[in-house]
Design a binder for this molecule. Structure first.
Ligand SMILES: Cc1cc2nc3c(=O)[nH]c(=O)nc-3n(C[C@H](O)[C@H](O)[C@H](O)COP(=O)(O)OP(=O)(O)OC[C@H]3O[C@@H](n4cnc5c(N)ncnc54)[C@H](O)[C@@H]3O)c2cc1C
Length: 404
């Protein structure tokens, strides 16, 4: 068993580390200042565009995309440690490298399932970082963790499809640069096969009948850097039939293909978030005294730090094993491991960030440290991209099957 990264990964890691230190971390405070002065909080601060230009110049661009025609052509195992580094600054780094969700998943869908016209019109500007995109599946009225519940209608009318429905928590949609939505709805709501009722369709932002209604909050945060999480109305929005992705009834299968890589990317970044929390915890522990000694000399703080380190090492090994399996036996073959890391990582990282918050006292929940926002981001990943219980249900059923 060889635990070393290969030469290309090491080389990219070194370059990305330098980019993070030289450009990304110093830009965190600048971006905050610039955002406060923007006409709309949903606009992109200038420093983010500068970071994108620099990352592109340095070849640190589209690293997430395994397709070498369109992206960097890295394997999951090569990309994993790079995504981890971007997790140390989740507001800026993924966007700077054009590796931020939900664009990454949408670019993967267009690469794999889009036709030449769709690629030209939407994939190319997304790959160039000129526009952003969103993925609209979840609906406020139904339990959307079960995709068969989706009620949005995609009805054919001559050469057009008519889309009607209400969605919410559509990440990225508040950003005016988000020009295209991939919408999941039903083309055949009465179809016998409940997994063939859904389709995916491209809906441009400026389509009449499309309304971005309001920004949903996450623990009170508006998540400006991620373009917010919008409630959206599609009221008889009409698009040409050529906007359908793949075939009618193919939406469920495309959603499954989209979510595998998306889930491992989240877990990689979560490990980077945990590393940032551990670093902050240690710096605080050695720089503040209470009751006559440094916080870091308290036994309980030793336990927190040691437990956090052990947990991160365990998670990283499992995530890397999953990445390796995805590369060698495919996403289907790595199903159990993908579900395992999606269950294990957010909850463990929430716990680590929680301890780091505790060690910072009031500062931990304040805006002067990134911990509260990291906590909110990690906690939502126990719900987004499939709640824990849904993954546990399917994983347990596969385990039980072995004994039936
Ligand atoms: C920050 C954030 C960003 C998001 N971004 C997007 C986005 O960009 N696009 C998009 O379409 N959606 C997005 N979502 C929505 C997310 O994918 C859904 O919230 C998720 O799929 C769950 O659906 P739901 O909210 O309807 O919960 P429900 O389906 O109503 O489930 C509620 C709860 O029921 C429990 N539950 C469900 N099924 C089972 C089961 N089988 N066994 C036991 N318990 C169960 C779980 O605890 C679950 O959390 C985002 C959500 C958040 C919080």
């Amino acid at each position: 068993m060889d635990f070393a990264f290969d030469a290309r990964t090491e080389e990219l890691r070194a370059r990305l580390l330098a980019f993070m230190d030289e450009y990304v971390h110093p830009a965190e405070a600048v971006a905050e200042e610039q955002r406060a002065a923007l006409a709309s909080p949903w606009d992109t601060p200038a420093v983010v565009e500068e970071l994108k230009a620099e990352a592109r110049r340095q070849g640190l661009w589209n690293l997430f995309l395994p397709d070498s025609e369109y992206g960097a052509g890295l394997t999951n195992l090569q990309y994993a440690p790079l995504a981890e580094l971007t997790g140390r600054s989740p507001q800026l780094a993924p966007t700077a490298l054009n590796c931020a969700a939900p664009d990454t998943g949408n670019m993967e869908v267009l690469t794999q399932f889009g036709d030449e016209r769709q690629k030209k019109q939407w994939l190319e500007p997304l790959l160039a970082g000129e526009i952003r995109s969103a993925f609209a599946m979840t609906e406020p009225e139904v339990a959307s963790s079960d995709a068969t519940n989706i009620t949005t209608r995609i009805e054919r009318d001559g050469d057009e499809y008519v889309i009607t429905g209400r969605k919410w928590y559509i990440s990225g949609a508040m950003n005016p640069d988000c020009k295209i939505f991939i919408v999941m709805g039903k083309t055949d709501p009465d179809g016998e096969d409940i997994r063939r009722q859904q389709s995916m369709i491209l809906v441009p932002r400026d389509t009449p009948g499309v309304t971005v209604k309001r920004a949903m909050r996450v623990f009170g945060y508006e998540d400006h850097y991620h373009g917010g999480h919008a409630e959206m109305i599609f009221d008889h929005a009409r698009v040409p039939v050529t906007h359908l992705i793949g075939e009618e009834g193919g939406g469920f299968a495309i959603a499954q293909a989209r979510l595998g890589p998306g889930r491992i990317h989240h877990c990689m970044r979560l490990i980077g978030m945990a590393e940032r929390a551990i670093e902050l915890m240690c710096r605080r522990a050695v720089s503040r005294d209470a009751f006559g000694k440094a916080l870091g000399q308290q036994g309980v703080v030793h336990n927190w730090i040691a437990d956090a380190r052990v947990t991160v090492e365990q998670l990283r090994l499992l995530v890397l094993k999953t990445a390796w399996l995805m590369d060698t036996v495919g996403n289907r073959g790595a199903h159990t491991e993908i579900q395992s890391i999606k269950i294990a990582t957010p909850r463990a990282v929430v716990d680590i960030i929680d301890r780091a918050i505790q060690l910072h006292g009031a500062g931990g929940v304040s805006q002067d440290f990134p911990l509260a926002e990291l906590y909110a981001g990690a906690r939502t990943l126990m719900i987004a991209d499939g709640p824990d219980e849904v993954h546990q249900r399917s994983l347990a059923r596969r385990e039980l099957k072995k004994y039936l």
